[in-house]
Design a protein around this ligand. Structure first.
Ligand code: PLP
Length: 228
């Protein structure tokens, strides 16, 4: 298992580097976040031991469990990439490096209240406008940012998006490009607490397109477990 995972990690990192070069971007400039939600703590440990120090979970309880199991790995940065319920903010918010799915003003207010220092948060945007998805619509962003940026302990470091499961390449390109343009517009506003430089977009099926469109972080899970 451990050799297989090692080989998979090398394959994925190689592929990411290849796409960076093809896209005219600097090799190693995209942060690869390993999504460990399919792996137990022992396997998750192997990700870190193979140099992947950005680890992500989509559920607060599981992140806290793994963090406890792997508390000796002090260099790991933990990313919470899934929806967070307001009542769970208190127990997790001071344990993570970055929260990728900020999708409401009340959640931002709760984070700011419970955080002991400014927490790096990515605003989730829903460019495709699917009803079932989380995230702000493009049209809502400016208004909500004016309010969130008033919160002292929410540092808006960028935007995050997830493409619909059935999007084709043209649609993916459109979604990721639009998200990058929104990031640029928000960054230009120069709001307090809102550097907005990061773009968290791209998963196993679409990270190549996301990197071409400017992702600064990709969240990859399943691809690490494919052993072909
Ligand atoms: C699971 C998950 C990923 C990783 O998806 P893969 O298809 O396994 O690469 C990325 N982002 C979020 C928010 C997820 O929940």
């Amino acid at each position: 298992m451990s050799q297989l995972l090692k080989a998979s990690i090398a394959r994925v990192l190689n592929s990411v580097h290849q796409v960076e070069i093809e896209a005219g971007r600097e090799e190693g400039s995209v942060r690869v976040i390993a999504v460990t939600k399919y792996s137990d703590s022992a396997v998750t440990r192997q990700f870190a031991e193979n140099g992947l120090l950005d680890l992500a979970e989509n559920r607060a309880e599981l992140l806290l469990q793994k963090q406890a199991d792997l508390s000796d790995l002090t260099a790991v940065r933990w990313h919470l990439i899934g929806t967070l319920q307001r009542r769970k903010v208190k127990e997790i918010i001071n344990s993570i490096d970055t929260f990728h799915a900020l999708d409401s003003l009340p959640l931002a207010q709760e984070i700011s209240k419970r955080a002991k220092h400014p927490i790096s948060c990515l605003i989730e945007v829903n460019v495709s406008g699917e009803l079932s998805k989380h995230g702000f619509k493009s049209s809502e962003l400016e208004g909500v940012l004016a309010q969130i940026s008033q919160l002292p302990n929410v540092l808006i470091t960028g935007l995050m998006t997830m493409a619909p499961i059935d999007a084709d390449d043209a649609e993916l390109t459109h979604i990721f490009r639009t998200t990058r343009e929104l990031r640029d517009q928000i960054k230009a506003l120069d709001l307090v607490n809102c550097p907005c430089t990061e773009l968290s977009m791209g998963m196993t099926r679409d990270y190549k397109i996301a990197i071409k469109e400017g992702a600064t972080m990709v969240r990859i899970g399943r691809d690490f477990l494919n052993d072909d």
